[in-house]
Design a protein around this ligand. Structure first.
Ligand SMILES: [Fe+2]
Length: 185
């Protein structure tokens, strides 16, 4: 595991970094999800295949998310050469049998996107990402994520998660980064 931000296998627009500090917090994040996700003030969106893919928990629900926010923004600022990046994030809880359908993150003015991995049991789903959205260009990568790591990538890269074929829960946190002056929340 490398705790320094680096390009993923030589790709120009995909980065990976492993955080021992965040990995220590993973049990708290997973517990916090189960304790809070059905609260009335938690928004859930993106209904596909009978599952709401995005669950919007924040520091009010789980204070340790402030540490995730700080660390994620540090990496985004390194990649983008900025110092005022803000992040919006959501939990993606995939129980056994779940998939995450193909999507992109470039709906608005996002500059960078990320997935942070809380729990990725064996066979609980690989991350599939296309390195270019130009037809005939780029390649399709299949990445088996590791808990405690961040994958960072361009918002216009199409990606999905294959079916969770394990008997355990898979958890990740999706993120979008933007300059602070454009922050909407
Ligand atoms: Fe995503």
């Amino acid at each position: 595991m490398n705790d320094k931000l680096q390009k993923y296998e030589g790709q120009d627009d995909i980065y990976i970094v492993h955080s021992a500090r965040m990995k220590q917090l993973n049990p708290i994040l997973a517990k916090g999800f189960f304790e809070n996700h059905q609260r009335d003030d938690v928004e859930r969106t993106h209904l596909f295949n009978g599952r709401l893919e995005n669950t919007y928990l924040n520091e009010y629900h789980i204070p340790e998310l402030a540490i995730l926010r700080e660390e994620a923004c540090k990496y985004a600022n390194q990649i983008l050469g900025t110092n005022d990046i803000e992040v919006g994030f959501w939990f993606n809880h995939m129980p056994p049998g779940a998939v995450t359908t193909s999507h992109r993150h470039d709906d608005d003015d996002e500059l960078l996107s990320s997935a942070y991995y809380i729990s990725v049991p064996e066979n609980s789903g690989d991350f599939i990402i296309k390195t270019s959205n130009v037809p005939g260009k780029g390649e399709t990568l299949r990445i088996t994520p590791v808990a405690g790591s961040f994958l960072l990538f361009k918002p216009d890269m199409l990606h999905e998660v294959t079916e969770n074929l394990s008997n355990e829960h898979r958890f990740s946190i999706g993120m979008n980064f933007g300059r602070r002056e454009y922050e909407e929340y």
